[in-house]
Ligand binder design. Structure first.
Ligand code: UDP
Length: 457
């Protein structure tokens, strides 16, 4: 076995462990980054929790997977964030150290740990074993910049001003900031994680990677690069969606939910070009029943075809008679292959919560956005979509925080209209091209990845 492993190692330039935080929106980009590194000749071992081990093994193709413990090997449903994070830090540090020593004994030594910024203790493990560490931030450069400033004490909380000026960023309203800042008292554990834990040892990391591309966030990236050696490596989506299929780059992707791929793709195949409104709020956001109802009737009112992802846990909030009344125009599914959907020629626009992955995926595939941010970094992403990249509009809520059906149908009419939505469509096309350029041979993200790989050995 040992000889076999050593022979294997000879064909690789270096060995990286990749550790995503175990939720959908963090595993996806780190898995894609892993694929990209593997394509460059790096040996990759993806490391996940025991609870997700099997699922990830099925999703990650030829990339090997190992498990460590977050302390909740049977699942952590219902565990408070602060307790979970502390337990993961403790059990994760111990079991990650054991894993690295085991791999060393097997003749498969590790050179570098690429770890999710939500797992900052991985750097301590790396350093204690004499390894290098690369931190991977799954959120936008702008959002990381906001958290970094808050960490450095440059944002006085609670916010006293309605508008804040942060270097490298346009003026932002308090409501444009991530909810973990604007409403920090409601999320003490996550505030501690994003503002302090993930920034506490950032200066000691050997590399700092952001899942974005240079042109998309040029100004803020330049500003941050003056302080920290940040490198953009995104968009971390499979190469086939960037019209640049790398030979051995299979589309590995994780679905923590059961995907209704067949039903959804054959429904889309029946639709004409740019005719469908796609609606999805990612893996975590929970709309309240009133908002679901307004959205439902807003979609119906717009009279466009719509494909709506309503996760199983949310489906009891759909208005009773809605399914029947809308079956001629809409398809509701519990999960779909989102990239495949966004890349489909029938896509007209995307009503999204503006999670960073969804935002970056829409930008990279040239799909106009109607933003309905819910919490975390989504308000900041929505602000950039509307005012900086200009690839969409924000559906504005009323004084009770609900986006009403009329607003939704008006937004759809505007974005879907060839004339009124023309500027947005042109911008969407522009960012799609720039995403491709970043990813292409010699592009900014490609160069950063190659530079990293060259320094690993
Ligand atoms: N996604 C998917 N199918 C769906 C809905 C979402 O594959 O029906 C994927 C989507 O492509 C994205 C991820 O789930 O990669 C959601 O990440 P995001 O950052 O947008 O939101 P989060 O789930 O973290 O709130």
């Amino acid at each position: 076995k040992r000889v076999h492993t050593e022979q294997l190692m000879e064909t690789y330039r270096a060995h990286c462990l990749i550790l995503p935080f175990p939720i959908q929106g963090h595993i996806n980009p780190l898995l894609q980054f892993a694929t990209r590194l593997q394509h460059q000749g790096t040996k990759i071992t993806l490391v996940t929790t025991k609870f997700l081990f099997k699922t990830l093994q099925e999703a990650s193709g030829s990339i090997s997977v190992e498990a460590i413990s977050d302390g909740y090997d049977e699942g952590a449903n219902g565990v408070a964030a602060g307790i979970y994070l502390a337990m993961f830090r403790k059990c994760g540090s111990e079991t990650l150290t054991e894993l690295i020593l085991k791999l060393h004994d097997l003749g498969c030594p590790v050179d570098c740990i690429v770890y999710d910024a939500f797992l900052p203790w991985c750097l301590d493990v790396a350093k204690s074993l004499g390894l290098r560490g690369a931190v991977f931030f799954t959120q936008s450069c702008a959002v990381n910049n906001i958290y970094y400033h808050a960490h450095k004490g440059c944002l006085k909380l609670p916010l006293e001003e309605t508008e804040v000026d942060i270097p490298g960023l346009p003026p932002l309203l308090a409501s444009d900031l991530p909810s973990f800042i604007s409403d920090y008292a409601s999320y003490p554990a996550i505030y501690q994680l994003v503002v302090h834990d993930q920034m506490e040892n950032i200066e000691e990391a050997d590399w700092i990677f952001f899942n974005t591309f240079y042109k998309l966030e040029e100004e803020v990236n330049d500003w941050m690069a003056k302080i920290l050696p940040v490198k953009t490596i995104g968009p971390a989506i499979p190469s086939m969606y960037l019209e640049k299929s790398l030979e051995d780059d299979k589309h590995y992707g994780l679905n923590l939910f059961k995907s209704m791929t067949k039903a959804c793709m054959s429904w889309l195949n029946e639709r004409s070009v740019s005719s469908v409104v796609y609606v999805a709020f990612g893996s975590l956001a929970e709309l309240n029943a009133e908002q679901m109802e307004e959205l439902a009737w807003g979609l119906r009112k717009s009279n466009y075809y719509f494909l709506w992802v309503v996760r199983e846990s949310e489906s009891n909030k759909l208005p009773k008679d809605f399914l029947e009344e809308s079956s001629d125009k809409g398809l509701i599914i519990s999960w779909c292959p989102q990239l495949e959907v966004l890349a489909h020629e029938s896509m007209g626009c995307f009503i999204t919560h503006c999670g960073w992955n969804s935002t970056l995926e829409a930008l990279s595939l040239g799909v106009p956005i109607i933003a309905m941010p819910q919490w975390t970094d989504q308000s900041t992403n929505a602000k950039f979509v509307m005012d900086i990249w200009k690839t969409g509009i924000k559906a504005l809520p009323d004084e009770n925080g609900i986006v009403r059906r009329n607003v939704i149908s008006q937004c759809i009419s505007l974005v879907m209209d060839k004339k009124k939505g023309q500027e947005i469509s042109q911008n969407a096309k522009k960012w799609k091209d720039l995403a491709r350029q970043a990813f292409d041979e010699g592009g900014s993200s490609d160069a950063n990845i190659k530079d990293f790989v060259s320094k690993l050995v």
